[in-house]
Design a binder for this molecule. Structure first.
Ligand code: C5P
Length: 231
């Protein structure tokens, strides 16, 4: 089967500082732009046949600098106002030459490994929609506005969703199209779009190390982690 990867990197990175600051996906971890490291994990996987980044047009130059010299990368696509819109742009960019499956991954998770990608590909034998997730280790507490606990949720069978989230291409393309038609732009992950559209999504075990770089603290931790691994 032909397997495409879409790496969404069109966030403006405001949580790390002001919008004028270089977004986190273009910051270096261990001397390499974070996005470049993420793209490399997919470009070097033998089963992945195409890799497309979805970027913000304001950062097109930073993108070109970040990926200079990388082999086999498709032309980037411009994203939208929400993650959901950016993913949809990436999906539609593949419509001219549709793959069988698509792996949708956040640029902000640079520690994705080939082993996790392999587990997704194995998951396709059982399901057209596969989510990488880790079992929750904390007990979940729900509070009211005054932070008084109103509910304790058992962690039994509870998972924390990561990316990649992976689907048969025509399934996720149709689900995203339906979501937009219904006026929905607020889905924070693609499994939720597929679930909403009626698909059954299967979980395969992710990796606790496949963390998301969101804050300045995360970026610093990621930088130290790469340097330690390379030491
Ligand atoms: O904002 P959040 O951390 O949920 O973003 C997850 C991923 O989605 C990031 O890699 C970010 O660059 C991407 N994103 C996007 N387009 C947006 C918002 C976020 O591609 N409009």
């Amino acid at each position: 089967p032909r397997i495409a990867a879409i790496i969404v990197a069109a966030g403006s990175g405001t949580r790390i500082g002001g919008t004028i600051e270089l977004p986190k996906q273009y910051r270096a971890i261990g001397g390499e732009p974070l996005l470049r490291r993420t793209l490399r994990q997919f470009l070097t996987h033998p089963a992945v046949s195409s890799v497309t980044a979805v970027i913000h047009p304001n950062w097109a130059e930073a993108y070109q600098d970040a990926v200079a010299g990388l082999d086999g990368l498709a032309a980037p696509t411009f994203g939208g106002a929400t993650r959901q819109d950016s993913v949809r742009a990436g999906i539609e960019a593949l419509a001219g030459d549709p793959p069988d499956y698509v792996l949708i991954h956040d640029a902000a998770r640079p520690f994705i490994t080939h082993a996790v990608i392999d587990r997704i590909l194995e998951g396709f034998a059982a399901s057209d929609a596969v989510l990488v997730a880790v079992p929750l280790v904390d007990t979940l507490k729900k509070t009211d506005d005054a932070r008084r606990i109103v509910d304790t949720v058992s962690r039994d069978r509870m998972w924390g969703a990561q990316t990649p989230q992976a689907f048969r291409y025509d399934l996720i393309r149709a689900a995203h199209a339906r979501a937009v038609k219904a006026g929905r732009h607020d889905f924070t992950d693609d499994a939720a779009v597929a679930e909403w559209a009626g698909s059954t999504v299967m979980v395969v075990e992710g990796d606790p190390g496949n963390t998301k770089v969101t804050t300045a603290f995360d970026l610093d931790a990621a930088d130290r982690r790469v340097r330690l691994e390379d030491y």
